[in-house]
Design a binder for this molecule. Sequence first.
Ligand SMILES: Cc1ncc(COP(=O)(O)O)c(C=O)c1O
Length: 374
Amino acid sequence: MNAESRPKPLEFIDLKAQYAALRERIHERMQRVLDHGQYIMGPEVAELEAELAAFVGVRHCIGVASGTEALQIALMSLGIGPGDEVITSPFTFAATGEMIALLGATPVFVDIEPDTCNLDARHIEAAITPRTRALMPVSLYGQCADMAAINAIAARHGLPVIEDAAQSFGARCQGRRSGGLSTWGATSFFPSKPLGCYGDGGALFTDDENLAQAAREIRVHGQSARYLHTRIGVAGRLDTLQAAVLLAKLPRLEWELQRRRELGARYADRLAGLPGLRLLAVRPGRDCVWAQYTVFVEQRTSVQAALKSQGIPTAVHYPMPLHRQPAYAQFAARARCPESERAAAAVMSLPMSPDLSEADQDRVIAALRLALAA
Ligand SMILES: Cc1ncc(COP(=O)(O)O)c(C=O)c1O
């Protein structure tokens, strides 16, 4: 195929179209910050926190520097540290296990459900020990983990639950929003997430007044008043400019979430039953906002290559579960996670963003059908 006849490459995530749609509003919001000059903890941060708390349906939202920082601050607010164990999924972005380990605690990896790739609640109780201090499920790909079952186990054992909702902002579980389903919800505003800013950002959600106060202090070096450091904290603030970008994006969020659901349903409808391919299950009473549209394929390497030759980018979220990663070898001994290993060998994510046109999606579907038939 010569250069002229090669199909135009698609974007994996089309952030440019989103920016084009919101350009004026984003400029106007950012200009206001440039005019008032309060780049650190300016009024946009509190304004965003109020909006997001209402959206998620909780009393407190704390804007923070990233999704990673959100997880770290949630763990710190619960006093988790050396000698403690936190039960989590190994099939996630590294930040989930990393923040547990960074604080000197032990991530205890429990396997996933093979059809949703979320933590399998049936294995949690067997992993609880007297050292267990929290459960940290991940709502992967945009669908909540089985939070009802996980919360019930946590309540039986008197444990807090931190939902890693980095990929599931806006998703619903039994009518309630992801992030507002447990002790803490932690999300990310990484640009490609369901609600993304133009750099790093994140947020924490809780109904607990004391935990919210602790997190507010931890994010500013543990200060309870200016230069009064009552705890050890971090530099964990959300930039005012990023809060301004997020505020500009909020009026379009519901439309974007709906578009993600529709495009996800469209993929599922047109890909169901193809040989060599399996779809992710979406549980009744939950929806998926498809931070990534991920499927399982048997011949991943050749399918990815065939799609690439048609200008269709794919990605693998994630190729190696955490208990198999070199840095986590010390935590591998207790991990019995065959489903995570199977998923890591088979998952493949297809282009997905609210601005993906149906014509471009049809191109992905046609190319994938062809690749699977080869
Ligand atoms: C499941 C999960 N947890 C945590 C994070 C970390 O978020 P951030 O990149 O904003 O630090 C991410 C983002 O990639 C994620 O996907």
